[in-house]
Write a protein that binds this ligand. Structure first.
Ligand SMILES: Nc1ncnc2c1ncn2[C@@H]1O[C@H](COP(=O)(O)OP(=O)(O)OP(=O)(O)O)[C@@H](O)[C@H]1O
Length: 631
């Protein structure tokens, strides 16, 4: 192409008269000093390129700049025009990313608005029980030998596809909507950068044509109903939002959503269970707030679930959440970074109806110093500072005296100490929760946290904003709790959980085997053989239960309800009353998922072994105590 001719031709078509009557100025050929002003160093570059290429590039640069300016002007006008159009003809609703509605809308859009047909979508990895549910349906997570293969399993998790940044159109029930996902306005972003937070911080804007937001509200109502229906049989658990995120998000974050625990799976004294359900139902009834208000009673209800570990306190809390469709807001008072201000904020950010779960309140150390006898002296936070100092001094001098110990001794002692602190009737509970820190009145276990008893009481009593909540506190040591914490008004009902009795044991047995239809089968017979033999040896039962092909016998096949009940009674007959926790019994039964008869046959052996284990632990505990005293 001859650039020189093009350069000559262009000005000819766009000549404009100069205001001072001198030579006309070509629109496409801006004055060099203007170009120099717009592009620093332009003169040198253009001269250099002219020398090399033999072409004057100013024409192209000028055209480029003009096109750019026109585009920008067009964009600006279009934007202003759109804003004006919106202001006059459209209505909008904005949803913040940290609001529950955001996720609901995204979920609804990804399922209803054909993400497959969109040309630009965001793919999101799914975690948690929802993803698990989808995988269970897909089923194909076993390798050729029938062994579970995590990689195969997780590779099959379908990502969730949802609309990404930008504007999208949506037709729903014959109406036209626009929705736009964008980043939060810049002030938020600047703060984010300042505080080093990297999390998404998006806003969703929903628009409709018309001067009312009613169609959008209607759509959001539909989405909310759809979403809540989907969650009907699940329980959502929330925890305090980590501090670095709390600045922009809410005080609470959803941590998991799991299938609701059916109430009948919690084996408890029938009257006790029915009593709690009735009490809570009465409290949650829509007419209750008025009843409370007329009598000047704060609309709050508190429960204390107490008993040894592994007796069903947490299980009952989850089952209650399931039957009333409430979310669980769990706070760990042992969290070292939790302050009284945070606690107050957390209680004030609760929804109108929910369960607040404070687990192991005794372990938080909010107790009176029994030895000193001072009712006002607590072991944590402000009130416990002095006590803490004393304890630290004591520990220091103790540390100085400490002799180096053999690793073996250390382990045994540690184990014993832990058992003692837990006051546990078991050493091999099936409890899968992380071990809690326990308090003993003279320890400085809780030095990390900033919550005092008065801080907790203030948060519980709080202002009217969290009226309607149900507070459930669980503890293994109710006797260690301060009277102020459990006084009526804060704790309105106590539920004691005990070690299993005959009736509970047989019910646990029936529950375990009555719903055994989904026990996984291994596929490869040779693998079955290996597993079955190993299994039998490990449990000391080589008494012919695995059948000829090595497959453990499915003793449930053809077992009637009556047979199962008889077996349950027989099983309960082998287990001493008031000795084991339901968690321990469940642990034994779970080893024989399809073999109830074997579970019964081996019950006595298991009882003997476990009792011996407990005796050994108790002895180790005594020994450790003796050593402590000597020191
Ligand atoms: N009463 C019960 N009915 C049915 N299952 C129970 C019962 N008690 C315990 N379990 C089973 O034992 C396990 C532990 O129970 P859970 O966590 O409810 O005990 P917990 O009393 O809250 O223990 P902790 O005091 O350690 O928090 C769970 O798997 C649960 O299914």
């Amino acid at each position: 192409m001859d650039f020189r001719r093009l350069a000559k031709a262009l000005p000819a078509t766009t000549n404009l008269p100069q205001p001072n009557g001198t030579e006309p100025l070509a629109l496409s050929d801006l004055p060099p000093n203007l170009l120099e002003a717009l592009i620093p160093g332009y003169g040198v570059i253009s001269r250099y390129l002219t020398a090399i290429l033999g072409v004057d590039i100013s024409i192209f640069v000028s055209v480029g700049l003009i096109v750019l300016a026109l585009t920008k002007a067009g964009q600006f006008l279009a934007q202003r025009g759109e804003e004006a159009f919106r202001a006059v003809f459209m209505s909008s609703v904005f949803i913040d990313e940290h609001d529950d509605l955001f996720d609901m809308v995204m979920g609804w859009l990804s399922e209803h608005q054909g993400s497959a047909s969109r040309r630009s979508v965001r793919a999101k990895t799914q975690h948690g029980s929802k993803a698990d549910g989808q995988l269970e349906e897909s089923g194909d997570a076993l390798d050729d030998r029938g062994m579970f293969d995590y990689n195969k399993w997780s590779a099959r998790t379908p990502p969730r596809f949802e609309p990404y940044y930008g504007r999208h159109m949506l037709w729903y029930k014959g109406r036209f909507f626009l929705f736009r996902r964008s980043q939060r306005p810049s002030i938020g972003q600047r703060l984010q950068v300042q505080f080093g937070s990297q999390q998404d911080d998006d806003v969703l804007q929903l628009d409709c044509i018309g001067r009312s937001t009613e169609p959008i509200r209607d759509l959001l109502r539909t989405i909310k109903i759809w979403s809540l229906n989907r969650l009907r049989n699940t329980t959502t658990i929330r925890h305090p939002t980590p501090k670095d995120r709390a600045r922009f998000g809410g005080a609470w974050s959803k941590t998991s959503s799991r299938p609701s625990r059916p109430m009948e799976t919690v084996i408890l004294d029938t009257e006790q269970k029915a009593g709690v359900i009735k009490d809570m139902n009465e409290y949650l009834h829509p007419s209750s707030p008025k009843w409370y208000a007329t009598r000047g009673i704060p609309y709050r209800r508190g429960y204390l679930f107490h008993g040894p570990p592994g007796t069903g306190k947490t299980s009952l809390s989850f089952a209650l959440a399931g039957i009333f469709g409430l979310e669980i807001f769990a706070i760990s008072l042992q969290e070292p970074t939790l302050t009284e201000g945070d606690l107050m904020q957390l209680f004030n950010s609760l929804p109108r109806r929910c369960i607040v779960l404070l687990e192991d309140v005794d372990a938080a150390g909010l107790v009176r110093d029994v030895q000193s006898g001072k009712s006002d002296k607590f072991k944590r936070g402000k009130d416990g500072k002095e006590a803490k100092k004393d304890d630290e001094k004591a520990d220091e001098s103790k540390g100085a005296k400490e002799k180096p110990k053999k690793e073996e001794e250390y382990t045994l002692k540690d184990l014993a100490k832990e058992l003692k602190a837990l006051n546990a009737p078991t050493s091999n509970s099936s409890d899968s929760k992380p071990k809690k820190r326990t308090n003993n009145n003279n320890s400085n276990d809780n030095s990390g946290s900033g919550i005092s008893l008065s801080g907790l009481l203030n948060a519980i009593d709080g202002v009217a904003t969290h009226e309607g909540r149900v507070l459930i506190m669980t503890t293994n040591h109710p006797e260690k709790l301060d009277a102020a914490l459990v006084r009526p008004g804060r704790v309105d009902r106590r539920v004691g959980f005990k070690l299993a009795m005959k009736e509970q044991i047989s019910e646990l047995f029936i529950r375990m085997y009555a719903a055994s239809d989904q026990i996984p089968e291994t596929i490869d017979p040779s693998l079955n053989h290996t597993l079955a033999n190993g299994h039998a040896k490990a449990n000391g039962h080589t008494n012919g239960k695995p059948v000829a092909n090595g497959h453990p016998e499915n003793q449930l096949a053809g077992m009637s309800e009556k047979n199962l009940e008889e077996l349950a009674l027989e099983f309960a007959g082998h287990i001493p009353d008031d000795t084991f926790t339901p968690a321990e019994i469940q642990n034994h039964l779970m080893r024989y998922k399809k073999e109830p008869r074997t579970a019964v046959e081996l019950a006595e052996k298991w009882v003997t072994e476990l009792l011996k284990e407990k005796e050994d632990s108790a002895r180790a505990e005594d020994q450790a105590e003796g050593e402590d005293e000597e020191e």
